[in-house]
Design a protein around this ligand. Structure first.
Ligand code: B3K
Ligand code: ZN
Length: 899
């Protein structure tokens, strides 16, 4: 396997204008007839036509109806003697493939007796020979033929133009997609499916048919997905003026899927996890995820499908932008400022706990990478979530209206084209001359080309005589592989200043009129170091910096505890209120880890941190938040959530995962016991949310009630109380919805209650026929709090459970991935967790490299581990790397990890 470089991009030497595909669907041997009209690209030097293929059986090739000579070069089919001259050439290629044997779930495969396809990024070449690259866009006609009894529903992209009976109980359907598209957006589905249907009329006055296809028993679980789709369509029209460009828009759910969902033109294919929901089986988080993923795939119809990527290095062009759009959609749907802030906090938490580590680890890469070995390894949080932050900064630099103008220009210029990230930022800037984006565009683009998370250091100085406050902002970015020197970024810093009493100060920069002073404004940092002098500042202020997380950086400032308490209690920016609580919590954890470092007895971590880690002021602040009736329960829940173990670990030069786990547990336990009466009150006030509705307010109430119950059970485990575990057990039995039931079950498991086992048994027997709920059941056990090393043996036993199937990606993720991302249970001094990990990576790689490569990334940050973990982790990675026949996917991940 060799690396592919962005700098080597060349336009295709051939175009494919039309494709006419005929499938005779059969699980063991599907026959594919591919008729293409191809022509030379007059803009590049003449070259043979090289078509991509992968695991295909080639039967016949015809050129303009006659046999031809061809050769194979590795997996490529090479046609050297095609007619010269400008005339289009008719190619006919006949191949077969074996969908039932396709365990990689890329290309055409079978799941529960139904055919599905997954083509992004390079799966189409597993269906037929093709120029399988996103800048080759063609018009598709697709004919599907199959047994009518076994495959009554036959779907592909676009419009159904013809269907009917064939001999021998077979039937056919012909679909024509009215839009040209790259091959990665091709899809077909065939099987026994039923659909929820909805006719809608768009703002523009057009009629559309929306369909959500599922297996027959699942129809009643599709209402939320359909509503989410209708909301997404209306939102894109209202916010960006983008309408649905198809008569029919279909979503199909499958339980065997490598990722979340796929935006195939007019025929989105979804993991059942992001379609099916009922109050009995799905949690509030599931409901929110469905809304966001349905939105995301729908929004791709414009950002990705109408305008697509020139090459896979530009992946964030569609993914970063579409994540930004789905984030904004969820925020607009949530409504209130507090609900918006809660969504923003959730998104930033993912960014900081998953993307920041990626950006500092062996897989660090720019939002627009320069090279890759296996493109599937680059569907990362950097491309998606950091990419969305880079779009968000552009939005912030030109404003909401300016961004909508930029989007309009982007589509005016590029509709129907395959373009680059530079084309996007150019359109946003050109639509906003005079904006700080337009003024700094070349420099801004470093966000696309430089990897790593910038650090922004803030230092403030107050001059009481001059009544000025000087804020000095200094930026830096650590080297990443292949990029030793980083040039300064353009960093938008939304900020305000508060008095010690928490009042907002009018912001007047030196040289500005007092009249225009606002309470919140954006500073644009472009230099390595920049000073901002504020005048008429009445007292030494507390700075509120990077409001709403206006840039994806690490902000360093030596806030005093008093500053943070002021921000937590008074900041008008809810994000920074929450951020203050996290800084306080983080500080406590880091102090405990550092001060105990010298005296640490590493053989036993239990109880090593005592019961008084949290200073009274912190406990009191948490008490005030919990008891404040004016605050949104969802927001309270986030403030009361301590920084995660992985976030704490990221701040340390050397990580002992067991000590990090122990310190956080100790903090958690103290929070549980010190606030016992407040947790009881919170439980009583929020436990009953009436008839189930998945809206923001009721979901927030359930989240807070669930946290309260968990804290009460935790404290009960300490005191020996049996009342709260009893209540949790009762709740597991009679909860009216899955959110409450899961929260109660998790409370029993995390507090290691003796009732947990019985509750798990009951839960299993209640839901043994629901695959998505069984996934939760496995995940809870893989993610359980470790007591004396008990989780790993339990996980190994669960792998033998009749309901466990390693080949199903959802099930593998639910047990194996949950365990391997459960730090307290996974990082064992005896290395058994790592050995288990290496066995599973190798085992899964044997049939599904993409899923295996995801699992392989769990140990990315091994170099930060303290001994004995570090050596053991390296040995486990080396053990995987020593396997000679690894997939490119896993090979690339472990090679980078060991480099
Ligand atoms: N575009 C797909 C992801 C495809 C992943 C291929 N390995 C889903 C999405 O981002 O919407
Ligand atoms: Zn996407």
């Amino acid at each position: 396997a060799t690396a592919i470089h962005r700098a080597d991009y060349q336009a295709p030497s051939w175009w494919i204008d039309t494709v006419d595909l005929t499938f005779d669907l059969d699980p063991a041997k599907t026959r594919v007839l591919n008729k293409m009209r191809v022509r030379r690209n007059p803009d590049v030097a003449a070259q043979p036509l090289r078509l991509d293929g992968d695991e295909l059986n080639l039967a016949r090739v015809l050129v303009n109806g006659a046999g031809t000579s061809f050769k194979m070069d590795g997996d490529q089919l090479v046609l050297e003697n095609l007619p010269e001259g400008g005339e289009p050439v008719e190619l006919e290629i006949f191949t077969t493939c074996a969908p039932i044997k396709n365990t990689k779930l890329m290309g055409l495969y079978v799941s529960e007796d139904t055919f599905f396809t997954q083509c992004e990024a390079e799966g189409f070449r597993r269906i037929t020979y093709f120029l399988d690259r996103p800048d080759v866009m063609a018009m598709y006609t697709v004919t599907l033929r199959a047994s009518k009894a076994q495959y009554p529903v036959l779907l592909s992209n676009g419009n159904l133009v013809e269907s009917g009976e064939l001999e021998d109980g077979r039937h056919f359907a012909r679909w024509v997609d009215p839009h040209k598209k790259p091959s990665y957006l091709f899809a077909l589905v065939a099987g026994k499916l039923v659909a929820r249907e909805q006719q809608i009329r768009s703002r523009a006055g057009n009629e559309h048919l929306l369909q959500v296809f599922v297996r027959p028993g699942d129809l009643e679980k599709t209402e939320h997905a359909m509503h989410s789709l209708m909301h997404a369509i209306a939102w894109d029209e209202a916010r960006f003026g983008l309408s649905l460009d198809l008569d029919r828009f279909m979503i199909v759910a499958t339980s065997d899927f490598n990722m979340g969902a796929m935006e195939n033109k007019g025929l989105n294919i979804f993991n059942t996890k992001y379609v099916l929901a009922s109050q009995a089986t799905a949690t509030d988080v599931d409901y929110a995820n469905i809304e966001s993923v349905v939105g995301h795939e729908y929004f791709h119809n414009w950002t990705g499908n109408r305008v697509t990527c020139r090459d896979w290095f530009q992946l964030s062009l569609k993914e970063g932008l579409t994540v930004f759009r789905d984030q904004e959609f969820s925020m607009d749907m949530a409504g209130t400022p507090s609900a918006r802030a809660v969504k923003r906090i959730d998104d930033v938490r993912v960014l900081r706990t998953v993307q920041f580590p990626e950006d500092a680890g062996p897989m660090a890469h720019p939002v627009r990478p320069d090279s890759y070995i296996e493109i599937n390894n680059f569907y990362t949080v950097t491309i998606y979530e950091k990419g969305a932050e880079v779009v968000r900064m552009q939005h912030n630099l030109v404003g909401r209206e300016g961004f909508a103008r930029g989007m309009k220009l982007y589509f005016e210029r590029h509709d129907g084209q395959a373009v680059t990230c530079d084309d996007f930022s150019q359109a946003i800037a050109d639509a906003n001359p005079g904006s700080p984006l337009a003024g700094n565009l070349q420099q801004f683009r470093r966000w696309y080309s430089q990897a790593g998370t910038p650090h922004l250091k803030a230092a403030g100085q107050y001059d009481a005589d001059a009544r000025t406050y000087t804020l000095t902002l200094t930026q830096s970015c650590a080297p990443t592989a292949g990029q030793s020197e980083k040039l300064p970024f353009v960093i938008p810093v939304q900020m305000g200043l508060l008095t010690a009493g928490g009042r907002e100060i009018a912001l007047q920069l030196e040289g500005e009129d007092a009249g225009q002073a606002a309470h919140s404004r954006m500073l644009v940092v472009t230099e390595p170091e920049q000073r901002f002098v504020f005048t008429n500042v009445p007292e030494a202020p507390v700075p509120s910096l990077l409001r709403a997380f206006s840039a994806p950086v690490v902000l360093e400032h030596d806030f005093s505890d008093a500053d943070l308490l002021t921000l937590l209690a008074n900041d008008t920016d809810p994000f920074n209120q929450w951020e203050a609580s996290q800084r306080l919590g983080l500080r406590i954890a880091l102090n405990a880890l550092n001060s105990a470092a010298a005296s640490a007895d590493t053989s036993s971590t239990e109880g090593q941190f005592g019961t008084d880690l949290l200073p009274p002021a912190f406990v009191q602040a948490m008490r005030s938040v919990l008891g404040d009736d004016r605050l949104d329960p969802a927001f309270k829940d986030l403030v009361l959530t301590l920084p995660s173990e992985s976030y704490i670990a990221e701040q340390l030069a050397e990580v002992d995962p067991q000590r990090v786990h122990a310190v956080r547990e100790a903090m958690q336990l103290q929070l549980a016991s010190a606030l016992q009466p407040e947790w009881e009150a919170a439980w009583e006030a929020h436990r009953d949310t009436g008839a189930y509705q998945p809206d923001h307010v009721s979901a927030g109430r359930r989240a807070l009630a669930g946290r309260a119950l968990s804290m009460l059970c935790l404290n009960a485990a300490r005191t020996g109380d049996t009342v709260w575990p009893g209540k949790a057990y009762q709740r597991c039995k009679d909860a009216g919805n899955m959110t409450d039931r899961m929260a109660a079950l998790a409370a029993l498991i995390h507090s290691a209650s003796p009732l947990a086992e019985q509750a798990l048994k009951r839960f299993h027997s209640m839901f043994q026929h629901d695959a998505l709920v069984l996934d939760k059941w496995f995940a809870l056990q893989g993610g359980a709090c470790d007591r004396g090393g008990n989780v790993l043996p339990a996980v190994k036993a669960l792998m033998k459970h009749p309901d466990f199937q390693l080949k199903n990606p959802n099930r593998a993720r639910s047990l194996i991935f949950s365990y391997c991302s459960n730090p307290g249970a996974f990082h064992r001094a005896d290395a058994a967790g790592y050995v288990f990990w290496s066995d599973r990576v190798i085992e899964i790689d044997g049939f599904n490299p993409q899923v295996a490569a995801r699992l392989a990334r769990v140990l990315d940050r091994w170099k930060k581990l303290a001994e004995p973990y570090r050596t053991a982790a390296r040995e486990a990675i080396a053990r995987v790397a020593a396997k000679p026949d690894l997939s490119n996917d896993v090979r690339e991940v472990v090679t980078r990890a060991l480099a």
